[in-house]
Design a protein around this ligand. Structure first.
Ligand SMILES: CCCCCCCC/C=C\CCCCCC(=O)SCCNC(=O)CCNC(=O)[C@H](O)C(C)(C)COP(=O)(O)OP(=O)(O)OC[C@H]1O[C@@H](n2cnc3c(N)ncnc32)[C@H](O)[C@@H]1OP(=O)(O)O
Ligand SMILES: Cc1cc2nc3c(=O)[nH]c(=O)nc-3n(C[C@H](O)[C@H](O)[C@H](O)COP(=O)(O)OP(=O)(O)OC[C@H]3O[C@@H](n4cnc5c(N)ncnc54)[C@H](O)[C@@H]3O)c2cc1C
Length: 642
C-alpha cells in the first residue's frame, strides 16, 4: 500500500531508509517538543537543523529528487516551515522557469549551493489577489540601463512573502514594469535585499517580519519597501519577456507565463495537503483505537471509541479523501511537469487547461483537508485540543493553503471562466473542440442515474452521475450568466451576480476529477489484496461524496429518493467494511513518530503515560509556585482575607 501511496515500491523503500537514517541522527531531532518553544527558539532550532542538513543532506537523500527532499524536510524540519522554505518552494522554481539560460547560469548554482537565500515577493499590504493593481513599480532608466524599484505608498509594501523578513538576502520581486512612461504590467525581477557579508539590508531597502500568525510561525513572513532602489536591466527575468538596452519590450508567448511559479506550488501542494490530512487522521485513528469510553452493549466492557459508527463516519470518509487527493495530486504533478517542458520549448497551448485544473484542485483539496483535520481533532475529544496531539498545528498549516497561492473563491472563479467558455462551445454545437478534461460536457447523459440498477457496473454509473451533476450545474450557471448579458447587463456585473453558482460548478467539476483519478488508480492496481482494500475505500468515497452533493442530482430527478437510500446504506456498509483496515490504511503512509510530532498519535499507542510525561515537561511546571502567583494572585487573596 505504501508503494501505491508514494508512487512505487522504490519510493516507499527509500522513504523507509531515509526515516531510519534520521532516527539514528539525534542532532536532527527536535531538542524539545516544538509547542514548548517560543517563536525565536523554534526559528533558531530550525536554522540549526537546516545547516546540519546542508552539510549532511547528501548522506541521507538524493538532493536532486524533490520527493526525497520533501520527505527529509517533513521529518527533520516539520510542517511549521523553516528559514528557507520559500527558497525551495518558489525562489528556485521561479528562476528555473523564468530566468534565461544566461541568468540561470549566474544565479541558480549559487541558490542550489545555498550561497544565497531567496524568496518570492509578490503580495503587497494592499493587494494580493488582484495582481494588476499591485503598486510596486520598476521604472526603466534608459541612461543607466537600470530598473528603479519603488514603493510609492504604504499599501505598496510587499507583505506576506515567506522568509522575506529576516532570512532571505535575495528575492524574485514582482513589480509593474514601466518603460518610457508605458506600464507593461507585473513582471518578475531578481533583487538583492541584503549585504552578502553582513546580512544588513542594503540602502534603499526597508525590511522586517510581519509578526506571529495562526500557524507557520517558524517562517518569517515579511514586509519590504523600496526607496528608488536600482537594479541592472539584466535582473528582469528574461526567459520569456525581454527588455533591450534601448527599452524595446519583447512580449512573452503567453500573457500569464510569468505566473508559472504560482502554478508550480498549486500543482505540488495537493500531495502536501493529502499528507497533512493523512497525518491528522493517523493520529486520530490510532488514538481512537486506544481510547476506551462507554459501552455499545451494556453487558460488555468499554469499547474503543473507533467502534462507534459516528466516529467512523467522522474519520473514514476523510481517509478516502486523503488517498483520493494523493492520487489526483500525483496525476497533476505529472501534467505540470509535462506542460512546463512544453512551455520551455515554446508550446504554451496547455497552460489554460493546467491553470483551470490546478485552480479548482487547490481550492477543493485545501478546503476539504481543513474540514477533515478539524474533524480529526474533535474525534480526539479533549486531548485533541491539547498541543500534545499536534493536530491544531497541522490544521493551522493546512488551512494556510486556502489563502496562499490564490484565495480559494478567486481560484474557483478562474476555473469557472474555463468552464463557461467550454459551455459556450457546447451551446454553439462545437463540443468536438472541448479539451479532454471537459469532454463530458458535450456528452448526452441518460435521463436517470443507473446506480443500483446495473449489477457489477463497477464505478461507471457513479462517474456518470458525477458527470451529470457537474454538467448540469455548469450549463445552468453559464445560462444564468449569458442570460443576464442578453438582458443588457455588463459582462463583469453579470459575472459577479452568477459567481456563487459558477463556483458551485467549479467545485462539482473538481470533485468529479478527483473521483475519476481515484477510479483510474484503482483500475491500474494488479495486487489483489491492495486492490480490494482500495476498492472498499473508493466505494465509501463515491457514495459519501454523492450523498454530500445529492441535492444537485435530486432536483432534476436524476437520482430518486430510493437511490439515495441505497447510497446512504452503501456508506454505512463500507464504514463497517473499512473498520478492520482503518489503522493500517493510515499506517501505510509510514509516518514516523519523529515526523508526526504527536503524543496522541504514537505508533506504540502508549498514550496516557506519555501525556503525563509531556505535561510534566511544560515550562510552567519547572516551579511549584509561579511568579504570577507570588506577585499578583497571592497578594490579592491575602488582601481579600484581611
Ligand atoms: C516540491 C515542492 C513542494 C511544494 C509543497 C507546497 C507547500 C507550500 C507551503 C508553503 C508555501 C506558501 C507559498 C505561498 C506563496 C504565495 O502565496 S505567492 C502569491 C500567490 N498569489 C496569488 O496566487 C495571487 C492570485 N491571483 C492570481 O493568480 C491572478 O491575479 C488572477 C489569476 C486571479 C487574475 O490575474 P490577472 O492577471 O488579473 O488576470 P486577468 O487579466 O483577469 O486574466 C485572466 C486570464 O488569464 C488566465 N490566467 C490567469 N492565470 C493564469 C495562469 N497561471 N496560467 C494560464 N492562464 C492564466 C485566466 O485563465 C484568464 O483567461 P481567460 O481570459 O481566457 O479566461
Ligand atoms: C501562510 C501564507 C503564506 C504566504 N506566502 C506568500 C509568499 O511567499 N509570497 C507572496 O507573494 N505572498 C504570500 N502570501 C500571500 C497570499 O498569496 C495572499 O494572501 C493570497 O493570494 C490572497 O490574497 P489577499 O490577501 O489579497 O486576499 P483578498 O483578495 O484581499 O481576499 C479577501 C476576500 O476577498 C475575496 N475576493 C478578492 N478578490 C475577489 C474577486 N475578484 N472575486 C471574488 N472575491 C474576491 C476573497 O475571496 C476573500 O474572501 C502568503 C499568505 C499566507 C496566508
Amino acid at each position: 500500500m505504501a508503494a501505491q501511496i508514494w508512487g512505487s515500491e522504490k519510493r516507499a523503500r527509500r522513504r523507509r531508509e531515509i526515516s531510519a537514517k534520521i532516527a539514528q541522527m539525534p542532532e536532527l531531532h527536535d531538542s524539545k517538543p516544538l509547542p514548548f518553544m517560543t517563536r525565536e527558539e523554534k526559528i533558531m532550532e530550525s536554522a540549526r537543523k537546516l545547516t546540519i542538513l546542508t552539510e549532511k543532506m547528501g548522506q541521507i537523500i538524493d538532493p536532486t529528487d524533490p520527493a526525497e527532499l520533501y520527505h527529509l524536510n517533513n521529518e527533520v524540519l516539520g510542517l511549521e516551515g523553516n528559514p528557507m522554505a520559500l527558497h525551495g518552494v518558489m525562489f528556485i522554481p521561479a528562476l528555473s522557469a523564468q530566468a534565461s539560460d544566461e541568468q540561470q547560469a549566474k544565479w541558480l548554482p549559487r541558490a542550489l549551493r545555498r550561497e544565497i537565500i531567496g524568496t518570492y515577493a509578490q503580495t503587497e499590504l494592499g493587494h494580493g489577489t488582484n495582481l494588476q493593481n499591485l503598486e510596486t513599480t520598476a521604472t526603466y532608466d534608459l541612461a543607466t540601463q537600470e530598473f528603479v524599484l519603488h514603493t510609492p505608498q504604504i499599501t505598496a509594501l510587499k507583505w506576506w512573502p515567506g522568509n522575506l523578513g529576516k532570512s532571505s538576502n535575495y528575492a524574485v520581486v514582482v513589480a509593474h514594469m514601466i518603460i518610457k512612461a508605458k506600464n507593461y504590467g507585473p513582471h518578475p525581477f531578481m533583487v538583492q535585499l541584503r549585504d552578502e557579508k553582513t546580512h544588513e539590508p542594503l540602502p534603499g531597502i526597508t525590511i522586517g517580519d510581519i509578526g506571529p500568525k495562526m500557524a507557520y510561525n517558524i517562517v518569517d513572513n515579511g514586509f519590504l519597501g523600496f526607496n528608488k532602489y536600482r537594479i541592472p536591466r539584466t535582473n528582469l527575468l528574461m526567459r520569456h519577456t525581454k527588455v533591450e538596452a534601448d527599452g524595446t519590450y519583447i512580449k512573452p508567448p503567453h500573457a500569464k507565463i510569468n505566473y508559472s511559479a504560482m502554478v508550480h506550488v498549486r500543482a505540488y501542494m495537493l500531495t502536501g495537503q493529502a499528507i497533512m490530512l493523512a497525518s491528522a487522521l493517523n493520529i486520530a485513528t490510532r488514538y481512537s483505537s486506544v481510547r476506551r469510553q462507554g459501552q455499545i452493549d451494556k453487558s460488555q466492557p468499554e469499547v474503543k471509541v473507533l467502534e462507534y459508527q459516528t466516529q467512523q463516519h467522522r474519520l473514514f470518509p476523510s481517509i478516502a479523501r486523503a488517498y483520493a487527493f494523493q492520487f489526483a495530486g500525483a496525476e497533476t504533478v505529472k501534467l505540470y511537469e509535462h506542460v512546463l517542458k512544453e512551455m520551455k520549448s515554446g508550446n504554451v497551448s496547455l497552460m489554460a487547461d493546467l491553470h483551470a485544473l490546478t485552480s479548482g484542485l487547490k481550492s477543493v483539496v485545501t478546503y476539504q483537508t481543513g474540514e477533515g483535520i478539524e474533524q480529526a481533532r474533535m474525534a480526539c475529544g479533549g486531548h485533541g485540543y491539547s498541543m500534545a496531539s499536534y493536530i491544531s498545528e497541522i490544521y493551522g498549516v493546512a488551512i494556510g493553503g486556502c489563502t496562499y497561492e490564490g484565495e480559494n473563491m478567486v481560484m474557483l472563479l478562474q476555473l469557472a471562466r474555463y468552464l463557461v467558455k467550454s459551455a459556450a462551445l457546447v451551446k454553439s454545437g462545437q463540443s468536438s473542440k472541448l479539451g479532454p478534461l471537459v469532454a463530458y460536457l458535450g456528452v448526452k447523459s441518460e435521463p436517470t442515474s443507473l446506480i443500483d440498477r446495473i449489477p457489477n457496473s463497477g464505478f461507471t454509473e457513479y462517474v456518470k452521475t458525477f458527470q451529470h451533476v457537474s454538467k448540469r450545474q455548469t450549463l445552468k450557471a453559464a445560462d444564468m450568466f449569458f442570460g443576464l448579458m442578453e438582458k443588457g447587463e455588463k459582462r463583469e456585473i453579470a459575472w459577479n451576480k452568477c459567481s456563487v453558482e459558477l463556483n458551485r460548478a467549479s467545485r462539482l467539476h473538481t470533485r468529479l476529477f478527483i473521483v475519476e483519478a481515484f477510479v483510474r488508480r484503482v483500475n491500474e492496481i494488479a495486487d489483489i489484496r491492495i486492490k480490494e482494500a482500495l476498492t472498499d475505500l473508493l466505494h465509501l468515497h463515491v457514495n459519501y461524496e454523492l450523498l454530500d452533493i445529492a441535492s444537485y442530482a435530486l432536483e432534476d430527478g436524476f437520482l430518486s429518493a430510493s437511490q439515495l437510500d441505497y447510497i446512504r446504506d452503501q456508506v454505512y456498509l463500507y464504514l463497517g467494511k473499512i473498520r478492520p483496515n482503518a489503522v493500517s490504511l493510515l499506517d501505510s503512509w509510514e509516518f514516523s513518530d519523529i515526523e508526526l510530532r504527536s503524543v496522541l498519535g504514537r505508533r506504540d499507542g502508549n498514550v496516557y503515560e506519555n501525556l503525563f510525561k509531556w505535561a510534566k515537561s511544560s515550562p510552567l511546571n519547572k516551579t511549584d509556585v509561579l511568579s504570577s502567583v507570588t506577585q499578583y494572585l497571592k497578594p490579592m487573596m491575602e488582601k481579600a482575607r484581611l
